[in-house]
Design a protein around this ligand. Structure first.
Ligand code: PGA
Length: 253
């Protein structure tokens, strides 16, 4: 049975004191997680030790990084490698968020290298894909997302692809308050799964968790997560409010 995941993406938000308060509130809220469910907190890299300490001993709760460098070590001032993160106890790393693709010009080829680096140290890439508004308006989102998957993931073996979590995030829905309808989410999630099925077979495709991201909130999470090919969410703004994110975790089916 594939995992149902509620993943928080704090992005570049919160002071240390605010991060500590939010983590305390999250710990106190004790959301219920089933055996096949996970809550993942992608905090700013500098707060990883704090989050690890606060969330230690919580079953099925993990601290993630929002990015890593593709190389293992070396003269890359200001960067953090996947193996450094792993050495701290981080097991999940977001790769290819649309903000990194856009503002840091990360290409599909670079993201393939990052995915390789993360899998090489037995960690989990949370691989983001998703189309801009113009592509959605032209109704070519399926081909656009398929190309992102092919270019960055399809070199992987079946054994490795099931270690990757996919986050489909339409760019027009990120931070805009405009969510894809549950039918739109289901359609493209089913398409993404069919791409994996064509390449790796149905059994493998059915093992891959595909999260939806883009203005997920407590009020819409249950409806979106109830779709058969939506296995949870990657949540930005609403993950900065403990009551909101706890409700989103509790909306996992
Ligand atoms: P949002 O962000 O929930 O604020 O739309 C989602 C994301 O960018 O991961």
């Amino acid at each position: 049975m594939r995992k149902q995941i509620a993943a928080a993406n704090w992005k570049m938000n919160l002071s240390l004191a605010q991060a500590e308060t939010l983590l305390n509130e999250l710990v106190d809220s004790s959301p219920t997680l089933g055996a096949h469910q996970e809550a993942i907190f992608a905090v700013p890299a500098i707060y990883i030790p704090l989050a690890l300490a606060k969330l230690a001993n919580k079953a099925n709760v993990f601290v993630a990084a929002q990015n890593c460098h593709q190389k293992e070590a070396g003269a890359y001032t200001g960067e953090v490698s996947a193996s450094m993160l792993q050495s701290m106890g981080v097991k999940h790393i977001i790769v290819g968020h649309s903000e990194r693709r856009e503002y840091f010009t990360e290409s599909d080829a670079l993201l393939a290298e990052k995915v390789n680096a993360i899998l090489a140290i037995h960690s989990t890439p949370i691989f983001c894909c998703g189309e801009p508004l113009a592509i959605r308006e032209a109704e070519t989102q399926n081909a656009f997302v398929e190309a992102q998957l092919k270019n960055s993931l399809f070199h992987l073996s079946a054994e490795d692809i099931i270690k990757v979590v996919i986050a489909y995030e339409p760019i027009w829905a990120i931070g805009t308050g405009k969510t894809a309808s549950s039918a739109q989410a289901q359609d493209i999630h089913a398409y993404i799964r069919s791409c994996f099925a064509s390449k790796y077979g149905e059994v493998v495709a059915n093992e891959i968790s595909i999260l939806y991201g883009g203005s997920v909130k407590a009020s819409n999470a249950k409806e979106i997560f109830s779709q058969p090919d939506v296995d949870g969410g990657l949540v930005g703004g609403a993950s900065l409010v403990a009551t909101e994110f706890t409700a989103i975790i509790n909306a996992l089916s």
